[in-house]
Design a binder for this molecule. Structure first.
Ligand SMILES: NC(=O)c1ccc[n+]([C@@H]2O[C@H](COP(=O)([O-])OP(=O)(O)OC[C@H]3O[C@@H](n4cnc5c(N)ncnc54)[C@H](O)[C@@H]3O)[C@@H](O)[C@H]2O)c1
Length: 314
């Protein structure tokens, strides 16, 4: 029998954290602990685990008392630190709460270094690149240009990981997630918002003319790439963009969602947002491709997968 591996996922009742847990739980040797304060996550997302190998603990990672109790009860091998305040509007409306997440990052790193964690995986974001200085956005050559608290916190978070490696020898991998979508995503995000409205034949609202473009990564590709990177010891003390490099405008996305959902929704244009809505964003995903070892799921196929799982989006 393989020796068991203890894995902690913070933000484990969230979209990506719970999807990661579900996939990891397919291996009986993995013992997975999920922590979450249920700010945007929900217990409905917490999987049982294919081998009954997932436990959930309600906990605020920004509270040292809460999260230290979790570390004292289990010695973790891997820590995936995915908890964060997310959502464009929520992060713009609550900048101080966003800045508080720096405390959570410090808590996780201090407890990890003191308890012999093998590697910490951190969910950074495309927002560290800020407004596009160059496209595609490359991990090493593209300057970081974030100006809003959410992107700045992710940037400082990355500096925390590098500093703990340098001073305390704590290994890390930074994932820079670009727009990810899938069945459990909350309706704060454009794909699930459009899907939810399209299925009810309600208007799809686009801010501005819809020419702003994005790339969308199906959550299975995110999870598969991150697990391969962890299991194969890839990209130690390194940074990896995790996303898709197929660009689509928001207007085209609305039209595609309508077609996939066979919807009669109207497409309505609202005034452009004054901050936080970048014109374009596209990652260089050569490093992720090396980990994924297959073609990413095409957008239309991903949207159809969501349709077979609508209980999360209606
Ligand atoms: N989904 C994307 O497209 C995307 C893109 C870039 C970066 N990210 C990052 O990936 C991570 C996961 O995001 P997601 O899309 O799954 O969002 P999500 O909101 O579904 O997950 C985040 C989870 O963290 C929890 N949380 C927040 N603050 C917490 C705290 N102090 N203590 C404990 N739990 C807390 C929330 O309740 C939620 O369940 C986040 O760090 C996010 O910044 C996501």
């Amino acid at each position: 029998m393989k020796p068991s591996r203890q894995i902690l996922i913070t933000g484990g009742a969230g979209f990506i954290g719970s999807s990661l847990a579900e996939r990891l739980s397919e291996k009986s040797e993995y013992r997975i602990t999920l922590v979450d304060n249920l700010l945007t996550g929900t217990l409905l997302h917490v999987p049982e685990g294919k081998h009954n190998n997932i436990q959930f603990i309600k906990c605020d990672v920004n509270s040292f008392k809460d999260i230290s109790e979790v570390f004292y009860s289990t010695r973790f091998d891997w820590v995936f630190h995915y908890a964060a305040v997310v959502g464009v509007q929520r992060t713009l409306d609550n900048p101080v709460m966003v800045l508080d997440d720096l405390t959570g990052i410090a808590n996780i790193l201090n407890l990890s270094k003191n308890s012999g964690v093998e590697r910490v995986f951190y969910s950074s974001s495309s927002e560290v690149y800020g407004a596009s200085v160059e496209l595609p956005q490359n991990e090493y050559t593209t300057p970081l240009n974030s100006r809003l608290p959410y992107g700045i916190v992710k940037n400082v978070g990355e500096a925390f990981l590098k500093s703990y490696r340098k001073e305390f020898g704590l290994p890390y991998t930074i994932f820079r997630f670009f727009n990810t979508y899938g069945p459990k995503q909350s309706r704060d995000f454009v794909v699930s918002k459009f899907m939810s409205c399209a299925l009810k034949n309600e208007p799809l609202i686009i801010y501005g003319d819809g020419s702003q473009s994005r790339t969308f990564c199906y959550v299975d590709d995110n999870v598969d790439a991150c697990i391969r990177i962890a299991e194969d010891g890839m990209y130690m003390d390194d940074i990896v963009n995790i996303g898709s490099d197929k660009e689509i405008s928001i207007l085209q996305l609305a039209q595609l969602v309508k077609a996939v959902c066979n919807s009669t929704s109207e497409i309505v244009h609202a005034p452009a947002l004054t901050e936080g809505d970048m014109a374009r964003r596209m990652p260089d995903i050569s490093k992720m491709r090396a980990a994924l070892q297959k073609d990413p799921v095409p957008l239309e196929e991903g949207l159809r997968k969501i349709l077979s799982n609508t209980r999360f989006i209606l």
